[in-house]
Design a protein around this ligand. Structure first.
Ligand code: ADP
Ligand code: ASP
Ligand code: MG
Length: 413
């Protein structure tokens, strides 16, 4: 049997009892003849706690020091899990990101993995040990410790699986698999037996935290067999894989929800050549990711610009725009944090007219206002008032026939 990479998320290693349970599961796999590499997250909400602790010291924490701090969370869980395995007489060794040979780019807080020198991991695996790797971290060329962005342990797992040519990568988490939407928002969400890389990439990018978007990207590029399943049961999970023709028939396969979004509006900008590029260059220079963008002209002279950024970037974005008010020549700019983004996703959408219209009708019938809209071949996203966000997910989920007790999803649209 080949190598299997198993990732366990924060809730799955949330306390010592759960770490012991994970050790039992890993032991079970070892006894079944598998060579196991485990990737773990920090315990429970430890990463959030560490972030808050840093903000008690500084309102603008240096990104390097933030990463230095956050990586300690994963270092605790790898040590505990390795010790728990050895208590069960399973030989094991824990490695931090740099010990595991994970090289990243030098962007603190959002570093991309560039390479994994897997010799050390493989030597340990071949000597019969379970290797436990700290998720979410790596080391830059300059020898600095960097994190991969929140939720990044999934990406560590898939990248390690690619580097060692693992047979499969299992993401063990606190739900049974990937659902048609977040089962914590819609209790009768449908569990999917499989989902295509493209759909999962959209779902993850649009807020479905069950997988880190870059993990899906890496799995697709390297053809990794990726399975999302529960840490607490042996229920069948969900495979993420290449789309098949049958799946193309499903018009809408999921609804995603993202609260981490703010709208920025700039009003009455003078219509000069290059001014839009100027706005977005200013933000790009500060590494601010912009998502939905809508431009509306008032005759030939002025226009309004509205776009979204992550909630934690809203203030910084507005400050930068205000700092350039003279050059950008606008009347007013403001931010709105009381919004949420709701998206429908489906590979079959591209060939089915009326899917977007149905979304807009459903929201209108339920008195939910739409503030911004964007579309791609396989998704439609609407920005709605934050108060209506979860209702929007629920009504869209039933409108497209996605509820577990409904079988209309294949033909709805
Ligand atoms: P972990 O700590 O294991 O990485 P996360 O909290 O990052 O776990 O991801 C799992 C959570 O993702 C679930 O508890 C669920 O609330 C949320 N989630 C959002 N969208 C989906 C979806 N479509 N299917 C399953 N879970 C989802
Ligand atoms: N511990 C990190 C976080 O909470 C990474 C992860 O869990 O994937 O974001
Ligand atoms: Mg996660």
């Amino acid at each position: 049997m080949g190598i299997v990479v198993q990732k366990y998320g924060g809730t799955s290693v949330g306390n010592v009892g759960r770490i012991k349970q994970v050790a039992e599961r890993v032991k079970h796999s070892v006894q079944a003849g598998e060579q196991v590499i485990v990737v773990v997250s920090a315990m429970g909400d430890q990463t959030d706690k560490l972030v808050s602790l840093m903000y008690e010291v500084s309102n603008h924490p240096p990104r390097r020091e933030m990463d230095m701090m956050l990586t300690t969370g994963e270092q605790v869980s790898i040590a505990l899990l390795s010790a728990a395995l050895q208590e069960l007489n399973v030989p094991s060794i824990s490695y931090t990101g740099w010990q595991a040979g994970i090289s990243t780019k030098s962007q603190f807080g959002n570093a991309r993995i560039v390479d994994i020198h897997s010799e050390r991991i493989l030597t340990a695996v071949h000597s019969g040990k379970v290797v436990i790797v700290a998720g979410f971290q790596g080391v830059t060329e300059a020898g600095e410790i960097a994190t991969l962005g929140r939720g990044g342990s999934d990406t560590t797992a898939v990248a390690v699986a690619a580097a060692v040519s693992a047979e499969r990568c299992e993401i063990n988490t606190d739900v049974d698999g990937i659902y048609s939407t977040d089962p914590r928002i819609v209790p009768h969400a449908r569990k999917l037996s499989s989902v295509s890389f493209e759909e999962m990439l959209e779902m993850a990018a649009l807020g479905a935290s069950v997988l880190h978007p870059r993990a899906v990207e890496v799995a697709k590029v390297h053809g990794i067999k990726l399975l999302v399943r529960s840490s607490f049961s042996d229920n069948e999970g969900t495979f993420v894989k290449e789309a098949t023709m049958i799946e193309q028939d499903i018009v809408v396969s999921g609804v995603a929800y993202d609260e981490n979004v703010s709208k920025i509006e700039i009003l009455d900008i003078e219509n000069e050549m290059g001014v839009i590029a100027d706005v977005f260059n200013t933000l790009a220079a500060e590494n601010i990711n912009v998502d939905m963008i809508v431009l509306s002209e008032h005759g030939a002279d002025t226009f309004d610009l509205a776009f979204t950024v992550g909630k934690e970037e809203a203030e910084r974005t507005l400050e930068m725009i205000e700092a350039r008010k003279l050059e950008l020549k606008y009347r007013d700019a403001f931010s709105d944090k009381k919004v949420a983004k709701v998206s429908i996703i489906g590979a079959g959408m591209v060939t089915n007219p009326g899917v977007a219209a149905k979304m807009f009708n459903t929201l209108a019938e339920n008195d939910i206002a739409m503030k911004l809209i964007t579309t791609s071949e396989i998704k439609v996203s609407c920005l709605v008032p934050a108060n209506d966000g979860k209702d929007a997910v629920n009504v869209l989920h039933s409108a497209y026939g996605l509820n577990a007790d409904s079988d209309a999803s294949r033909k709805s649209g």
